[in-house]
Design a protein around this ligand. Sequence first.
Ligand code: FES
Ligand code: FE2
Length: 367
Amino acid sequence: MQHVGAEALGLDIEEVNDRLRSGVSLPSHCYVDQNVFEFELRAIFDRSWMYFAPVEKFTEPGTVMTGQIGRTPVIVTRADDGELRGFVNVCRHRGFTLVPEDRQCSRIQCGYHSWTYGLDGALLRTPRTDDIGIDKEELGLQPVSIEEWGQGVYVNPDPDASPLRGAHPRLDEMATSTGLWMGVDDFRWAGRYVHNQAANWKLWYDNGTECYHCPTIHKSSFGSAYDVSDGSFRLGTWGSMYSGEFDPVPAANGELVGGSYRSLQLFPCNQLVQQDGFVVLGRAVPNGPGSTTFIVDYFSEQDTPTDRIEEWVKLWNQTYEEDARVVEEIQSNLASGRVDAMRYIPGLEDASRFMHGLIWDAYRAAL
Ligand code: FES
Ligand SMILES: [Fe+2]
């Protein structure tokens, strides 16, 4: 990757080091500046593992699913040979989008000039070019890295990426020690929701790694289902991961809405949550300095009554919406140029501070 000077991004390395050491956020312009945003896409999202979709969506050969990972449009396919593969969703002829939406098919035909590819990425057909001598071997689809873990398929746009467990060496250990996974086969996909927020992806992150705000912002959602009082929940940081564990409080009718809560966040912006009987997998897609889409898949144990699933999904969606409104206001204030810093409170907001350290490490590697 081409390195960019810190100065070109308006960053003074020593000053940022001092800020982070003293528990203060990255400079405010990092949340609103287009150049910084494009730098982050290259430095972080072009080379990171992100949750893509549920594994169970790919049981049938011929399945093709589309999605965006960072700035990379991606398709994941299950071909007849049973193998799961990922590719850049762009035609090698003139760059048209190959697959506009999820589908079942045996071949992928571009809608522009009908170049046709196999689900293994091979270029099979280039109409009316017999005399031109196109090298089909050269022009197969561009691969991305792909892995399965738990209920999810994960994608890294870098075809030469180190494996998921190389990027997150303590993933299995953490999942085991927190009891995050109760058994992949026990859960079924229960729906996908897409939440858009007019805010920078780092704000989504800052907000999602502390629960100092839960008693106020989530009073009637997450804060009503879980004990969010001081000292009652456990937040931790592990290499490239953040973890949170919460105990449930009974709802007014005496029932527990979600059971105990265990979560991991894998840098950058992957959310993995398990509650008794339910799983949430999500990723953030950064669209611009002030725009982020959060894509979340819900899973429930087989035979869970529909009304219980609905109640639980409603609780989560309300929580996401409450968070979105908060970070949108902060985004707008950051754009005013009048926010010199965001300050993280020791103990209560250590994980947000830790996340800034990971982001800054990624910046430094690319500066
Ligand atoms: S861009 Fe796909 S066939 Fe021309
Ligand atoms: Fe929140």
